[in-house]
Design a protein around this ligand. Structure first.
Ligand SMILES: Cc1ncc(COP(=O)(O)O)c(C=O)c1O
Length: 311
């Protein structure tokens, strides 16, 4: 797949929703995926239910309980991120998929941020469908992702782009591959880097590298929350955070703040709107240092003192 957006679009197009059906999700999903579900649910007369999740999260159990409040007998599909985008939180998707199965629901996990970031074991999670990007934490070139579908569901998926793989002259042993691999002429070279990325991570003991990043993140994060006078969005532990952390930031002009951080301070960092809130999200990759986070905090302190961009 070129990206998780493409993968989720295949699923939303292919799962036959009927009028009245519900797709259960949270209010913390990636905006492009919300738009995808809104589009296909509207077309079918179905409903996209974005169950409100209270922040800060307090425990895995409390999250699960709150999530299922969005369930109704009309629920047909569960769609959930394993790591959220603007809030950078890890959700307990294994437990959600387990319960969803008991209730007879189709499960789709958006793991865009997961590969190379936190442990991923598809056999344990048991989602019917799972998408992940390699172009984020595995550091491959952009346009490099995957869609996993349980074998029994593979033939129900329509290609998003109809090309030579449909009504194929010489079928392979997988309709899944035939339908989805060829989307017209494009540059496929990014995909070829995946084995090298895996080899690179193996050679450099990436579990340790990633763990160091996570430890550094948990150490410096409190300083950011103190400066912004806000609380972490969940207990600061590895159960809820990987190599990213978001803090709510009081600003009416997130785009301007992001530009200032880049142009004046040379810091590349997302400052995102999510519903009526804004979040600043810092990431810790192998090449980052705690000194850089200290510099971010100093820069934010200076902005807070000199401008009205942070309230
Ligand atoms: C949770 C989540 N889902 C989906 C996506 C979509 O990724 P892409 O733009 O590569 O399709 C992102 C991108 O940041 C994301 O964070």
């Amino acid at each position: 797949m070129p990206n998780p957006t493409h993968a989720i679009n295949i699923l939303a197009k292919s799962i036959k929703l009927n009028a009245g059906d519900e797709v259960l999700s949270t209010n913390l999903e990636y905006g492009a995926m919300d738009r995808t579900w809104n589009y296909y649910c509207k077309a079918a007369g179905a409903k996209y239910i974005q169950q409100p999740i209270s922040l800060p999260l307090t425990s895995k159990e409390a999250f699960i309980e709150e999530f299922w409040k969005g369930y109704s007998p009309k629920t047909k599909v569960v769609f959930i991120s394993q790591i959220t985008s603007s809030t950078a939180l890890i959700f307990p998707v294994k437990e959600i998929c387990e319960e969803a199965k008991k209730r007879g629901l189709i499960t789709i996990v958006d793991g865009a941020h997961v590969p190379g970031h936190i442990d991923l074991n598809l056999a344990e999670i048991q989602a019917d469908f799972y998408t992940g990007a390699c172009h984020k934490w595995m550091m491959t070139p952009k346009g490099c992702s995957f869609l996993y579908a349980k074998p029994e569901f593979q033939t129900m998926l329509d290609p998003l782009i109809i090309s030579w793989g449909y009504q194929i002259a010489a079928p392979s042993n997988s309709q899944f591959f035939d339908y989805h691999q060829f989307n017209g002429t494009r540059d496929f070279s990014a995909y070829l880097t995946i084995p090298k990325a895996i080899e690179f991570m193996g050679k450099h003991d990436w579990k340790r590298v990633s763990d160091d990043c996570k430890n550094n993140l948990l150490e410096v994060a409190p300083k950011l929350f103190e400066l912004l006078n806000t609380k972490p969005l969940a207990p600061l532990t590895k159960a809820f955070f990987g190599q990213m952390c978001s803090a709510e930031i009081k600003t009416t002009e997130p785009e301007k703040l992001q530009r200032l951080l880049f142009e004046k301070y040379r810091i590349e960092i997302p400052v995102m709107r999510h519903a009526d809130k804004c979040y600043i999200r810092f990431s810790f990759q192998a090449f980052n240092t705690t000194a850089e986070i200290d510099y971010l905090i100093q820069s934010l302190a200076e902005i807070k003192k000199d401008t009205l961009l942070i309230g």
